[in-house]
Design a protein around this ligand. Structure first.
Ligand code: 4LM
Length: 400
């Protein structure tokens, strides 16, 4: 136990340094402490032959910002360092990253095995791929070895999981899934948005690709829509030359710069998100008008042992059910004063949303029920304010 704590501390010390310095060398940029924003669409070739060689991949050098941009590359190198990957890729949104990875890794006739739930737009994309491109999928709780094995079909080409799952907070044992997938030669893709690499690094557990909606904790300030993916050099290069380049959902240099800036404070922000959420979960659990609390840091959480082993902290998201009906849940939201009603998560401001009518409204009611999303479930993205103020707001709204 002591060794485990020590190694967690060492890892986070290194992480705290890397998140500030990786991907950028000031002395290569006139000593500018802040990274320059290369706000350009295209790059000038010294002569026609050089242009020809660059297009043929025979000469190093930039061509066009949909293919590569120096500021965006700094961010790609940073996420690779943090996720312990060989190579990172940046996209214009989390969904651009999800779609580029999925479309780049499967083909017609393949099957994608998914965790018991996924973000609503990922659900929509999976259905679109099924209807238009003949790529099937199934959702599966992955609680045990036998369950995972039984869900793998001959045509399963990819395993796609969120952990924790949005918004039910259920966890997937990433090491177990990766071990079984290896036996079958199936790659495992993990959407690591809810944890951020500060709390969970799926590649270290044997998974193959990590995806982030960088819009969330990595940005941390609610002012960027962005996505990231990281994995082996071979796979990321394949994606970069196919679905990233040709579908073209790339990130702008300015958004990459905002992310490079926001990410520097990820560890300090995340520690505060985690401690605030832990205090609030305790209060919510005690309140008579709350019927269920879903928070990986709660000792009564069904997968508390797995959370303690797999994650370096519980994260800043709490889902809870309030007693009553959907209308009661909406009345409670409307009575909040400090907490903002908004989708998204990981910002300084505490946000609340109603998954059944917001992030997961596109999911049909029966699928929502199977995922564990009820009409009274609310998702709280705990911000960086004083937790006592957040609790006071929740308490007054519950009493209204
Ligand atoms: C939300 N989520 O939950 P972009 N993966 C996960 C996500 O939660 C999201 C995305 C991908 C929410 C947005 C409104 C686990 C988004 C998609 O929004 O495309 O950056 O990420 O509130």
């Amino acid at each position: 136990m002591m060794e485990e704590i020590q190694s967690k501390q060492e890892r986070s010390r290194k992480f705290e340094t890397e998140v500030i310095h990786s991907g950028y060398d000031a002395l290569k940029h006139f000593g500018s402490l802040a990274p320059p924003i290369f706000q350009t669409s295209t790059f000038v070739f010294p002569d026609a032959q050089s242009g020809e060689r660059r297009f043929a991949g025979e000469e190093e050098g930039y061509i066009y910002s949909r293919l590569q941009n120096p500021t965006v590359e700094m961010l790609e190198q940073r996420i690779a360092a943090l996720e312990k990957a060989e190579k990172g890729l940046a996209f214009g949104s989390g969904m651009a990253a999800v779609s580029a990875v999925l479309m780049g890794m499967v083909k017609t006739g393949d099957h994608i095995l998914c965790s018991e739930g996924v973000y609503g737009c990922t659900f929509g994309l999976l259905h679109f791929m099924q209807e238009r491109f003949g790529v099937s999928h199934s959702f599966q709780s992955m609680d045990g070895e036998e369950q995972i094995r039984a869900a793998i079909r001959p045509e399963t080409a990819l395993i796609y999981v969120e952990s924790p799952i949005n918004p039910t907070m259920k966890l997937v044992d990433l090491k177990l899934v990766a071990e079984i997938a290896k036996e079958f030669g199936i790659p495992v893709v993990v959407d690591n948005t809810f944890s951020s690499p500060y709390l969970q690094r799926p590649l270290e557990l044997g998974c193959d690709v990590v995806i982030h909606s960088a819009t969330k904790y990595l940005c941390g300030h609610g002012d960027v829509i962005g996505g990231l993916a990281a994995g082996s050099k071979e796979l990321m290069s394949h994606l970069s030359m196919t679905t990233q380049k040709d579908i073209g959902g790339v990130m702008s240099p300015f958004d990459a710069w905002l992310l490079l800036r926001g990410m520097k404070t990820l560890p300090v922000r995340m520690d505060r998100h985690c401690s605030n959420a832990a205090e609030l979960a305790k209060q919510l659990r005690k309140h008579p008008r709350i019927s269920k609390v879903l928070f990986p840091g709660d000792p009564e959480f069904a997968q508390y042992t797995l959370a303690s082993r797999q994650m370096d902290g519980p994260g800043g998201l709490i889902s809870f059910e309030i007693c009553g009906t959907k209308e009661d849940a909406q009345r409670f939201m409307n009575a909040l004063e400090l907490i903002k009603i908004a989708v998204s998560l990981g910002d300084a401001e505490t946000l609340i949303q109603h998954p059944a009518t917001m992030t997961h409204a596109v999911v049909p009611p029966e699928d929502r029920a199977a995922m564990g999303i009820s009409e009274t479930l609310l998702r709280l993205s705990v911000g960086l304010e004083a937790w006592q103020d957040i609790w006071a707001d929740i308490e007054q709204a519950l009493n209204t």
